[in-house]
Design a protein around this ligand. Structure first.
Ligand SMILES: Nc1nc2c(ncn2[C@@H]2O[C@H](COP(=O)(O)OP(=O)(O)OP(=O)(O)O)[C@@H](O)[C@H]2O)c(=O)[nH]1
Ligand SMILES: [Mg+2]
Length: 321
């Protein structure tokens, strides 16, 4: 029977996951191709006991103590259980009794996970148009979502610096495509928000033509982090954005933000909003995309998200080799 180990100490797991990575195989379930449109397909959960990560996972699970420590209010009590996201490198026909799932997510830890630490971050460039973005072939993750959802805050949380990306209570703060260079080897990209319900007219922009150009032409895009505010009920504009990305075969991860807001104005808890959102999205996806709960205030989900990004990125690097 499948056993999910969702509570473990990432500090313990991290060094175990930096072992040499396997060479990619054409049968991998999650296809990412440099200079080509990604073709996403998510496999059913059938892990392999002999897979290189299994020992690390078992060791981590055995020592499974406390989740990463964070300040502030505790994360929401209810963890939403949905079908799992099996990352690149886990064979379709694998079979095993045990698997490690990142806490507060549906993301399985696969063989490409590792080297998740951010040692260095520098602002690289602000670009008004997609064609002005850096052209150096480094892989990148784009951070998108509604205006004010917490994109810039998440980037600051990930890099553990307060003001690398500028944040504001007023929607529409980020107006350009901002590239941040991580460890001199990959980028996180802060994009302007969409949906300006409360934004002043001056802060509005034609998000569609501006950012669609970026998504459709950016060959170095490893994946999109689509941020969704877990403190409010599902918003149609987020579902529309997810569907647009899906239709264009652009791999996304749902990153639920503001999970520290245990009581929202509408009386629903973040985990209830997340469950509702997933019920709606499941109509559009045959296999579940990855999702994760975060808070930039408490640090919830930060290390887990970085590990997830590392497995997508390392897979990408192997493919490009
Ligand atoms: N409680 C809580 N507040 C958050 C969190 N993340 C962001 N915020 C707040 O939400 C507001 C907007 O955050 P930003 O990071 O500027 O949002 P953004 O998505 O970059 O906004 P735009 O650039 O305008 O599109 C700020 O007041 C943040 O302090 C979170 O995890 N929890
Ligand atoms: Mg911003």
């Amino acid at each position: 029977m499948l056993m999910l180990r969702s509570r473990f100490n990432l500090q313990t797991l991290a060094p175990l996951l930096t072992s040499p990575r396997p060479s990619p195989s054409s049968s991998l379930p999650f296809l990412l191709h440099r200079r080509r449109r990604r073709n996403l397909s998510f496999s059913a959960l059938r892990p392999d006991p002999s897979a290189p990560y299994a020992a690390a996972a078992a060791a981590a699970a055995a020592t499974a103590a406390a989740p990463p420590k964070s300040k502030g209010p505790p994360p929401p009590a209810g963890v939403v259980r949905t079908a799992l996201f099996v990352p690149p490198g886990v064979p379709r026909d694998a079979g095993a009794a045990e698997m490690v799932v990142l806490p507060g997510s549906n993301i399985v830890v696969g063989p490409y996970a590792g080297d998740a630490r951010i040692r260095e971050v520098e602002f690289a460039k602000s670009s008004p148009r997609a064609r002005d973005c850096p052209r150096d072939d480094r892989p990148e993750f784009a951070v998108i979502g509604r205006s004010n959802v917490g994109k810039s805050s998440l980037i600051n949380a990930l890099v553990r610096k307060k003001d690398v990306a500028l944040t504001s209570k007023k929607p529409g703060k980020t107006q350009l495509i901002n590239h941040f260079l991580i460890n001199k080897s990959w980028y996180i990209v802060d994009l302007p928000g969409y949906g300006f319900a409360n934004a002043p007219e001056s802060a509005r922009m034609d998000w569609s033509s501006f950012t669609k150009g970026y998504f459709l032409n950016r060959n170095t895009l490893v994946g999109v982090l689509l941020l969704v505010d877990a403190s409010v009920p599902p918003q149609q504009i987020d579902l529309d954005c997810a569907n647009w990305l899906g239709r264009n075969n652009i791999g996304l991860t749902f990153v639920f933000t503001k999970c520290d807001k245990v009581k929202s104005a509408k009386g629903r808890r973040p985990d209830e909003n997340i469950k509702h959102f997933q019920d709606l999205i499941s109509k559009y996806y045959k296999d579940p995309p990855p999702w994760i709960m975060t808070s930039s205030v408490t640090g919830l989900g930060r290390d887990e998200l970085l590990l997830h990004m590392s497995q997508l990125r390392n897979y990408w690097d192997n493919e490009a080799a």
